[in-house]
Structures are given as structure tokens and as C-alpha cells.
Design a protein around this ligand. Structure first.
Ligand SMILES: [Fe+2]
Length: 303
């Protein structure tokens, strides 16, 4: 049984939705620069820097930071930065190093080569860990750029709450279709004829911590089987139109060395890129079972 969502996300509760929607869209950022915060030391943010980032995340579910020390591959930097937002429990996913942090770079061995994140090819729109069990969803995501590509490697970014609004404004029935527990099925993954992950079904929109809106999605057609139903098909088509639009809600950014993203697992894609062989692109990816929190007490807990 899935957990309940906050009242504004209930398709039957029009007044709560309208009230929340009005607040959400009031002064909503339309340029990526509005989400960019300069920080001096990612391992220890000033109160002003942290508050500025929390404000952006509160509004848009994401903030982009620009710190010094680009090129420093010390993984303690992103780990400490995340902890200051309550992001601590890392998803030790396949491909992550022992510490749960994944080094995204082009890797040519046969295991990595079958997974697009470790190539220089484009990655379609998705949220991270959509294939995880429903009880082990990724609610927080940090990307941390150590070295940028010589060319390309741009991310498009979109707040799932905006995707929700644009769909619900078209037709609340589209939201209901995407909340169905069988809306999307991720087919099993086999490695050398062994089932690494069984078929997994679940909704696109579901409750995250505290009834927040959590989204599971991938645009990669062979990674998902959609529920065989007219409304689901309409909803998926409408969502694709929104993501591929040039609406000001779709941000684009190429993270530079020392820059990164703290988010509540927003929708994103990545363009293809070309490396300089001497200094290839390196991004750290940190997936968390936590959502961003402003609770300062969390900073004081040991790792
Ligand atoms: Fe991703």
C-alpha cells in the first residue's frame, strides 16, 4: 500500500491544488542563473550560502552551486556538502564505489560499456533510480563536477512539481493515470543470464517523505513498459511534449569544474560529449534515500 500524498497532490482536491499552485508559480525562476549560488567552501557553507541554496531548493527542488577547488577529486567534498542538507544515506547502487559515490566517466570495459552513464552518449530524460524497489527510492540527488568535457555534456533540468502542474492543468485524469500502481513496469535486468533485478511495477507520481511529490520516470523506451491503457498513453505523450518543449521551466546547464547540483531527484537529461583524453570528464553522482531538509541538527550527527 502506497503512502498518502499531501492534499494538494490529490487529484480530487481542487481547492488545495489551486492554492498550492498559485504559491508555487509565484516568482518561479525561469532562468538557471536564478538557481546559481556561489559558495566559498563546499565542506562548510556559511549560513547565508546554505540559506540561499535552501531557498532555491524549497522553490524549485534544486540549486546549482559554484565553488572553488574545481578539479579536486576528493570525494569528501560532495559528501560533506550533501550532509549539510540532510543528505546522508547513500544508495550504494551497482556501479557506485564502496563509499556509495559513483564516479561518472567514460569507462571502456565491457561491464560499464553496457550502461550509458559510463559512455559519452546522450542520456534521455529520467529521474535517478526509477528502477529501484518502491521502498528504496532515491529522493535526493547530487551531481558534482570535478572536470568538464572538452565539448558537450549539458544537462537539461526540470522540477517534477512543474511537470505535475503542466499535466494536471491539461487534465487531472492524466495525473490519476500516472499515479496508478501499475503505470510503469521496468523489465528485469539480466547479467550473463542471471536475473540481477526482477520486473518492477509502480507509479510515476507517488508520495515521498512527508507526503512530498516523488517522481519515477524514464524516457528510454526499451527500459519501460507502460500500462496498456488510453489515458496512460495520453499522459506519457503529454509528459514527453512538456519535457521536449522550450518552456522556460526547462533549464539547461553545463556544469563547470567545481559546480554541481543539489536536488530532490529532479527530472534531467544529458547531451553527448567529447573528452579531451588528457583531462576527461569526471562527475560524482550521489544518490540518497533522503530528501533535502533544512534541519540544522542533522549537520551535527557523525557520518
Ligand atoms: Fe541521472
Amino acid at each position: 500500500m502506497l503512502k498518502p500524498l499531501l492534499p494538494q497532490f490529490d487529484p480530487a482536491n481542487e481547492s488545495a491544488y489551486q492554492q498550492w499552485r498559485q504559491q508555487k508559480l509565484l516568482d518561479y525562476p525561469t532562468r538557471i542563473e536564478q538557481l546559481l549560488i556561489e559558495i566559498e567552501n563546499p565542506a562548510r557553507l556559511s549560513q547565508t550560502e546554505r540559506a540561499a541554496m535552501l531557498q532555491r531548493i524549497g522553490k524549485s527542488n534544486m540549486a546549482v552551486f559554484a565553488g572553488p577547488g574545481g578539479g579536486d577529486p576528493d570525494k569528501a567534498i560532495p559528501r560533506r556538502l550533501g550532509a549539510q542538507f540532510g543528505l546522508r544515506s547513500l544508495d550504494n547502487n551497482t556501479g557506485a564505489d564502496d563509499d556509495g559515490i559513483t564516479a561518472l566517466e567514460v569507462k571502456n570495459d565491457s561491464w560499464h560499456g553496457q550502461y550509458i552513464p559510463y559512455t559519452n552518449r546522450p542520456i534521455h530524460w529520467h529521474t535517478d533510480g526509477y528502477y529501484n524497489e518502491l521502498t528504496r527510492q532515491v529522493y535526493g540527488l547530487q551531481l558534482h563536477c570535478v572536470r568538464m568535457a572538452a565539448e558537450g555534456g549539458e544537462n537539461a533540468l526540470m522540477d517534477p512539481e512543474i511537470a505535475y502542474i503542466l499535466l494536471r492543468d491539461r487534465d487531472p485524469a492524466l495525473i490519476e493515470a500516472l499515479m496508478h500502481e501499475q503505470a510503469m513496469t521496468i523489465p528485469e535486468n539480466r547479467v550473463d543470464d542471471r536475473i540481477d533485478r526482477p520486473d518492477r511495477s509502480g507509479p510515476v507520481f507517488m508520495a515521498g517523505p512527508g507526503g512530498s511529490l516523488h517522481m519515477r520516470y524514464t524516457a528510454r523506451k526499451h527500459n519501460v513498459v507502460w500500462r496498456d491503457d488510453d489515458l496512460t498513453r495520453q499522459a506519457v505523450t503529454a509528459l514527453q511534449e512538456i519535457l521536449n518543449s522550450d518552456l522556460p521551466f526547462v533549464y539547461r546547464a553545463t556544469l563547470q569544474s567545481g559546480q554541481g547540483l543539489i536536488s530532490n531527484n529532479i527530472l534531467h537529461d544529458r547531451s553527448g560529449f567529447n573528452d579531451d583524453d588528457e583531462v576527461p570528464r569526471l562527475l560524482y553522482r550521489l544518490r540518497y534515500f533522503d530528501r533535502v531538509t533544512a534541519d540544522r541538527e542533522l549537520d551535527k550527527q557523525p557520518f
